[in-house]
Design a protein around this ligand. Structure first.
Ligand code: ADP
Length: 363
């Protein structure tokens, strides 16, 4: 548990002018629709922007205030935090905010009110904790091997920390595992200390659906907001090559996300989609009190037995929400008007202000 306590944040919130809240975030990842959505709901917006990265925010005109910094990580600097608080800012976290600010500093030094459950961010970042959330909820996940000698079918081998899948590989036997480890080492993609931490799991031959949910702590409801699939380099370029050439050049693919496609899933799979979302929310309630709060994402693969298998989660706005800045087919069904994830967050904050329940959704 970090040093920033909810009580300290609630104290700061007491000093805020609730009629004059600013929604703020770091200029990267999903900040365009977070800020646009906030504006649509009538909030002022602020962006903490790295010098040289302001172009999209200016061209799309999503921010009322700019806090320019030399480096993204400066968002945790005292001076920046003071500026944010003076604007009555509520910060909406996203993947780059956590990556650049650093989890430790978010937990220990960032004393600005944040939307969502600050404590859950560590659970999505560490593979063992993430697995615990999923297994506690009985969500189907890829089978995990405890030792390379057990490999008896196609497996995917992963290493700690999201590194865009660099150094990840597939293998179908112990020999192939050993050969590929050596190859990755000679390429400088893996160090000796990584190898002991190799995470070996069942390779799921299936289609990718990253499912975006919003858990409303105010209504105790899990909403399906949208879906995307990833567009990853080099794997998605690689598969455009005839199989024979793929074999000839023996490239090891990487999975660096370069963009996203909007997706919809077969309607008959929607019961599973709601079921796994509900289960994750329930297990988060038990393991990371008070649990999920706001946007979360389950990255899944659907195999030809039509099982939805979850290989990763995010417990905050995921990058794939950029596929529905004007709403998705699912958010349309729910809201009958354009509803991005950013706007949904703003709606929740607005409702909480109106009902005097900000303490339920801020940490
Ligand atoms: P990172 O977060 O480090 O980028 P991921 O865990 O998201 O890595 O995996 C990268 C990509 O690898 C995913 O987008 C997915 O396409 C593929 N992948 C991950 N796990 C499996 C698996 N068990 N079986 C098949 N493909 C997988």
């Amino acid at each position: 548990m970090g040093k920033v306590k909810k009580e300290d944040i609630l104290d700061i919130l007491k000093g805020y002018d609730k009629e004059n809240i600013t929604i703020a975030t770091l200029g990267s990842h999903t900040s365009l629709h977070i800020l646009e959505g906030a504006k649509e709901e009538g909030f002022k917006t602020a962006i903490v922007c790295e010098k040289g990265r302001e172009v999209p925010y200016k061209r799309f005109d999503v921010a009322d205030e700019y806090i320019m910094v030399d480096n993204f990580r400066d968002i945790v600097d005292e001076e920046v935090q003071e500026k944010l608080k003076s604007m009555n800012a509520i910060v909406v976290p996203h993947g780059s905010f956590v990556a650049y600010a650093g989890l430790d500093r978010v937990e220990d030094d960032f004393v600005v009110p944040m939307f969502g459950n600050r404590d859950i961010l560590r659970w999505e970042a560490e593979r063992d904790l993430e697995r615990q959330l999923l297994t506690e909820g009985n969500v189907r996940i890829p089978y995990k091997y405890s030792d390379p000698s057990e490999i008896d079918r196609a497996v995917m081998v992963k290493f700690p920390g999201a590194r865009g899948g660099r150094g990840y590989f597939v293998a179908s036997s112990t020999e192939e595992f050993n050969q590929k480890i050596e190859a990755m080492k000679s390429r400088g993609w893996l160090e000796d200390e990584d190898i002991a931490q190799a995470h070996i799991e069942e390779y799921v031959a299936g289609c990718n659906y990253c499912i975006h949910y919003f858990y409303s702590a105010l209504n105790d409801e899990v909403e399906l907001m949208g879906m995307d699939s990833r567009y990853e380099s080099s794997i998605d370029g690689f598969v455009r090559m005839p199989a024979k050439d793929q074999l000839d050049i023996s490239l090891s693919p990487s999975y660096v996300v370069t963009g996203n496609h909007p997706a919809v899933i077969r309607e008959s799979l929607l019961p599973q989609v709601f079921d796994i979302g509900d289960k994750l929310v329930e297990s988060a309630k038990k393991l990371v009190k008070p649990g999920m709060n706001g946007p979360f994402c389950m990255q899944t693969l659907v195999n030809d037995d039509l099982e939805v298998i979850c290989f990763e989660i995010s417990a905050r706005t995921d990058g794939g929400t950029n596929t529905f800045m004007g709403g998705s087919p699912y958010s349309y069904l729910k809201y009958n008007k354009p509803m991005s994830m950013g706007r949904r967050v703003a709606v929740e904050i607005k409702t909480a202000i109106k009902e005097g329940k900000l303490d339920k959704i801020i940490t």
